[in-house]
Write a protein that binds this ligand. Structure first.
Ligand code: SF4
Length: 184
């Protein structure tokens, strides 16, 4: 029963995490451990920048935080051949799989979910399809019930860094108008 209350939450950044940790679709009293797995980021500098804010978020909610070491080379291998895909395409599916697989290993037999579903730019159905390959995945659609807006407002209140691109070097190629819309 205790295990049912534990949740390993894959976190991509503090603004997204802020919309998920107290989300109404997570029953109160869940014991959440954050898992920062973000080897998709285009540089270690960006990895550390987002991690710094995730640490602030973890401290705010007094949550444990696991940091998956940065390994961009492994991520690049995983998406090889898909570099020219648009954001939201096949490269992103591989990217989700890369991070969810690693999070699943940290969770072991315990449940895990991902903050990726809070983003209006990421299709929850595509994330669920990948997540369901792992028996301990919980389908929580954090973009429901104003999850995105909650995270955005919380980030503004806390002064969190709000990046204007998804994360990998290929997402930096998105047209400026998309990057503006991206601002978390
Ligand atoms: S655009 Fe975002 S989700 Fe897609 S591959 Fe790049 S970092 Fe991953």
């Amino acid at each position: 029963m205790d295990d049912m209350r534990e949740l390993f939450l894959h976190i991509c950044c503090a603004p997204c995490g802020g919309g998920c940790i107290r989300h109404p679709d997570l029953s109160p009293g869940r014991n959440i451990t954050l898992v920062y797995s973000n080897s998709n980021l285009d540089s270690e500098t960006e990895f550390e920048k987002r991690l710094h804010e995730v640490k602030r978020l973890a401290a705010f909610y007094e949550l444990q935080l696991i940091v998956d070491p940065y390994d961009h080379e492994a991520w690049l291998q995983a998406v090889r051949g898909l570099e020219n895909e648009p954001e939201g395409g096949k490269r992103c599916q591989k990217c989700f799989e890369f991070n969810l697989k690693r999070t699943s290993k940290f969770a072991g037999e315990k449940s895990f979910a991902t903050t990726l579903t809070v983003s209006p730019r990421k299709a929850s159905a595509a994330i669920f399809e990948i997540g369901m390959k792992y028996p301990n995945f919980e389908k929580v659609d954090f973009k429901k019930k104003n999850g995105y807006l909650t995270g955005r407002n919380f980030a503004l209140e806390q002064g969190f860094y709000r990046q204007n691109y998804c994360g990998c070097e290929f997402s930096r190629r998105e047209p400026a108008v998309n990057q503006k819309e991206f601002q978390l």
